[in-house]
Ligand binder design. Structure first.
Ligand code: GAR
Length: 205
């Protein structure tokens, strides 16, 4: 049984989809050990409490970066977290934080990376005029929205779209993509070679 730690800052719909997919067995052999937010009023925290999960608030404000990171990592380790899932967590993790969970931190981003990293990716894609966008689940490394890609889903941009309707259709795909990616990563027959994530090649006898 693998323990997941969820970090979020807001609404928490990706977290809720992950919790649902654990409950229905689409993500097998996993449980959510703790949900951590920097914001006490994050919607995701209310959902986690309703689901009876452990929750923690660790605010950014008023703490040094290094102290904040130490508190986060201590809480994750205390809850014996194997994999950390960023689900709308609006802070770049420090290199030290990333090194505490090598290839064990996942993030979801609402664009087809490497296009449109950073904030408001859906608005960036819409304004650029792309005809296809989507979402990416990737490992977190020390650069923003950069680590090896686990799953991507495409979403066509329609003539009738505005940035809100596009973001809503991308979000539907995020809810599917994140659980698929977690289920893959929890199996031991996947590996990362260079930047490429995929099935391990069968052992040569
Ligand atoms: C999601 O669209 C997620 O992809 C995005 O924040 C939203 C959180 O929604 N994350 C980023 O932009 C990270 N760079 P949620 O709280 O409903 O899951």
């Amino acid at each position: 049984m693998k323990h997941l730690g969820i970090l979020l800052s807001g609404r928490g719909s990706n977290f809720e989809a992950i919790a649902h997919n654990i409950a229905t067995g689409r993500i097998p052999d996993a449980r959510i050990a703790v949900v951590i937010s920097n914001k006490p009023d994050a919607g995701g925290i209310a959902t986690a409490q309703r689901l009876g999960l452990n929750t923690l608030i660790i605010p950014f404000k008023g703490t040094e970066r290094a102290d904040h990171d130490r508190a986060m990592v201590a809480a994750l380790k205390q809850h014996q977290v194997d994999f950390v899932c960023l689900a709308g967590y609006m802070r770049l993790l420090s290199p030290w934080f990333v090194q505490q969970f090598p290839r064990r931190i996942l993030n979801i981003h609402p664009s087809l990376l490497p296009a449109f990293p950073g904030l408001e990716a859906q608005e960036q894609a819409f304004a650029y005029g792309v005809k296809v966008s989507g979402c990416t689940v990737h490992f977190v490394d020390e650069e923003l929205d950069h680590g090896a890609i686990i799953v991507q889903k495409t979403v066509p941009v329609l003539d009738s779209d505005d940035e809100h309707t596009l973001a809503a259709r991308i979000l539907e795909q995020e809810h599917v993509a994140y659980s698929e990616a977690i289920a893959m990563v929890l199996q031991s027959d996947y590996e990362v070679v260079g930047r490429r994530f995929g099935k391990k090649s069968p052992a040569v006898a």
